[in-house]
Design a protein around this ligand. Structure first.
Ligand code: UD1
Length: 423
């Protein structure tokens, strides 16, 4: 298994290109199930999760042509097989996003339950309750979700008013896709407002879906009989941008994040600024730098536009070397502090009390062999390694490869002493 070795202490200087958003690309690929296509997705990141979703769509019967050099995927055809197997869903939770599209277009679907994962139990009850409100009959059998469109409704789901008791990105996406082909009008209330949902909705609209309220917490969809193909440019990855912003900040460097947009980052920009990081918007992207000390700032993760849970681990690495204390509260996922013991092994002073972590800044971290069990936790250890004295080896790099394209190449290009050790 590959590892990443970092020798810390070099300020990053230069430019990092920001790729297309993984969390937009995955639902957009699932939207390929709603049409014969072709659905052409541009600015597609080259990541392990994208390869997993492609494998799943091909298994369902779609054609997927991936032109890596052009960063484009073209999806066409219709599903011929309506089951998403355990082996793929287990590897990537976002596989459950095929449920809504399959059910809406083919009237039935069988999708493995994702089960637990490293950052908590993460149920899919909101996805299933929403589909039931749209008339689906859902049973659980042998670890699989078996879903059928209502009998007598010509195999189509029915529009419904769905009020989410809790904001869920995945449930909003699944039900939004299902609603595009349902009979009548669907209203999604307390819908997630993450930029990736706006991106999905805009692509669906280009395919012929009738959606109002894009970018708001209330999406209204008027179902249509069928959707056509479209060409869509995936928005830049705000979490990749935020991660490299923390990398510039933790090393006291100055980096242009090419293509990044402040409006997608929500509260993350303001929080970095409060901590003493300079973030400037330019026509080419965000310019992030730090010349002075870092100040401890309290943060609480919240649905967009609040501080993203996917930035919590990276921000904690930054706070580990700030002056003073910071309280980091995680409200979205239970058990999302797996990076804490590893950061502490590098000399950080962090205590967890329930859903909050108190981070007492230290002047310097020291390199160590570390590993983490999820994507964002792993990258937080890379950030800590960039600032630490001595050598850090991050094990289990496959987590990083799920969500960061060529992380070591991008960081090396701006002056980090970092390399991948094939294992
Ligand atoms: C998506 C992102 C993930 C991000 C998360 C929160 C993708 C592929 N993944 O995950 O990177 O960390 O949003 O911004 O876009 N919940 C339920 N029942 C459900 C669904 C969710 O209780 O049916 C809970 C979850 O356990 C969690 C919270 O709702 O506590 C938010 O989860 P959700 O927004 O659904 O996250 P994902 O879509 O899985």
């Amino acid at each position: 298994m590959d590892r990443i070795r970092i020798r810390g202490g070099r300020p990053l200087e230069g430019e990092i290109p920001i790729g297309g958003a993984k969390n937009a690309a995955l639902p957009l690929m699932a939207a390929g199930l709603l049409t014969d296509g072709p659905l052409v997705l541009r600015n597609l990141p080259d990541l392990a999760d994208i390869a997993t979703m492609r494998r799943l769509l091909e298994l369902l019967g779609l054609r997927a042509e991936h032109d890596r050099a052009a960063r484009t995927m073209t999806l066409s055809g219709a599903a011929t097989h309506l089951e998403a197997p355990y082996d793929l869903v287990r590897r990537m939770r976002a596989s459950v996003l095929v449920l809504g599209p399959l059910l809406a277009r083919h009237g039935r679907a069988r999708v493995s339950l994702p089960g637990g994962c490293a950052i908590g139990t993460r149920p899919v009850d909101l996805h299933l309750k929403g589909l039931e409100l749209m008339g689906a009959e859902i049973t659980l059998d042998g670890g699989y979700i078996e879903a059928r469109a209502p009998r007598g409704g010509r195999g189509r789901l029915r529009g419904a008013r769905i009020l989410f008791p809790q904001v869920s990105v995945g449930a909003t996406e699944n039900l939004l896709m299902a609603a595009t082909l349902a009979e009548g009008r669907t209203e999604l209330v307390n819908a997630a407002r993450e930029p990736e949902i706006g991106d999905l909705a805009r692509c669906l609209a280009a395919m012929g879906a009738r959606i109002e309220g894009i970018g708001t917490g209330r999406l209204v969809v008027e179902g249509v009989e069928s959707l056509a193909g479209a060409t869509h440019e995936i928005l830049p990855d705000r979490i990749e941008a935020g991660t490299y912003a923390c990398a510039a900040a933790i090393t006291g460097g100055a980096v242009l994040l090419r293509g990044a947009q402040a409006e997608h980052l929500g509260a993350v920009v303001k929080t970095l600024q409060e901590a003493g990081v300079v973030v400037e918007e330019t026509a080419e992207g965000l310019r992030v730098s730090r010349r002075n000390g870092l100040a401890g700032v309290d943060v609480m993760t919240e649905p967009f536009p609040g501080f993203a849970t996917d930035m919590q681990a990276q921000f904690m690495a930054l706070m580990a070397v700030a002056e003073g204390a910071a309280m980091v509260t995680e409200t979205i996922f239970e058990n999302r502090f797996m990076h804490v013991p590893e950061l502490n092994r590098m000399g950080a002073r962090i205590n967890v009390h329930g859903a909050s972590a108190i981070v007492r800044g230290v002047p310097r971290l020291s390199g160590a062999p570390v590993m983490a069990t999820d994507l964002r936790a792993s990258v937080s250890l890379v950030l800590a390694g960039l600032a630490a004295q001595g050598e850090t080896v991050v094990n289990r790099v496959y987590h990083l490869d799920r969500g960061y394209e060529r992380v070591e190449a991008k960081l090396a290009a701006v002056g980090a002493d970092i390399e991948r050790l094939p294992g």
